[in-house]
Design a binder for this molecule. Structure first.
Ligand code: SAM
Length: 263
């Protein structure tokens, strides 16, 4: 393969989980890698696409304790490339959305190593397609924001709540399960109604996918009760009104009331 010369690193997004949601380019490059350095979020189905004989290095992180610290991952990638390997750095979702892909690329480039990105479908897009809840919708959301709900140890969430609490923008919170009570509280404190719908999606696009339909006022309690498996993301906003269960309930309510809503 011409574009995968030895000593090169491809930072590849594996998408949200379903192997068919990976790009053709990513699938092709996986076939010619010597080494794949991968995260915990890369699904089993995608790992199964890697040919036998390719060296696999799991640097996956578990919440709270990193299996391999980020600087060690950077060093590992540099060493593998300098040793003349064709290296795939495989990440869940997109490498440039909460993926530290650009941090790794900086270190590689500083070491004189050619590095390229291959985009992946980010979890928000995977969850939107899987659940039928759009990220934008005329009349409901004029834009979408992706934020991290993760906080560094002992630090508060560093988010601009006043600008995030917008009824016209969909908010997608990555890495927010541990802090969802604070996130919901702050959004309501800054003006969003307690009834604003929220859809928590775990394992979007995988066979383990689960959904919790809730509201800002109830989401913390619902997540505590249902304890969804990681990874979880939250879609917050009026677009969640289009979640098929709500749409169906609305339609039935209209029918029940004898309204000619769909006449
Ligand atoms: C470190 S971030 C990585 C995001 C990734 N680079 C992307 O573009 O999707 C990890 C967070 O992504 C979200 N996530 C990733 N895959 C997911 C999935 N299949 N379903 C739900 N959330 C997911 C969760 O919020 C998780 O805590």
């Amino acid at each position: 393969m011409r574009d995968f010369s030895p000593g090169r690193v491809f930072l590849i997004g594996a998408g949200p989980g379903d192997p068919e949601l990976m790009t053709l380019k990513a699938a092709r490059l996986l076939q010619s890698a010597d080494v794949v350095v991968h995260d915990r979020l890369v699904s089993d189905g995608i790992m199964a696409m890697i040919p036998d004989g390719v060296r696999l290095i799991d640097v996956g992180k578990m919440a709270g304790h990193h299996k391999l610290a980020q600087d060690k991952i950077n060093t590992l990638l540099v060493e593998l490339a300098l040793a003349g390997h064709r290296v795939v750095r495989l990440k869940g979702g997109d490498p440039l959305i909460f993926g530290r892909g650009s941090e790794e690329a900086e270190v590689l480039r500083a070491a004189g190593i050619p590095v390229e990105y291959v985009p992946g479908i980010t979890a928000a897009q995977g969850a939107a397609a899987a659940t039928g809840v759009p990220l934008t919708h005329r009349g409901l959301a004029t834009g979408v924001r992706y934020v991290t709900g993760h906080r560094a140890k002992d630090a508060g969430l560093d988010l601009d709540w006043a600008s995030l609490a917008s009824e016209d923008t969909t908010l997608v919170v990555y890495m927010g399960a541990a802090n969802i009570a604070e996130i919901a509280f702050q959004l309501m404190r800054h003006g969003l109604p307690a009834g604003m719908p929220v859809l928590a999606v775990s394992g979007a696009t995988t066979p383990q996918e689960e959904r919790i339909l809730s509201t800002l006022g109830s989401v913390a309690a619902d997540v505590a009760t249902r304890a969804p498996e990681a990874p979880v993301l939250f879609m917050i906003g009026r677009v969640v009104e289009l979640y098929p269960e709500i749409a169906l309930a609305d339609a039935l309510a209209c029918e029940g009331a004898g309204m000619a809503a769909y006449a």
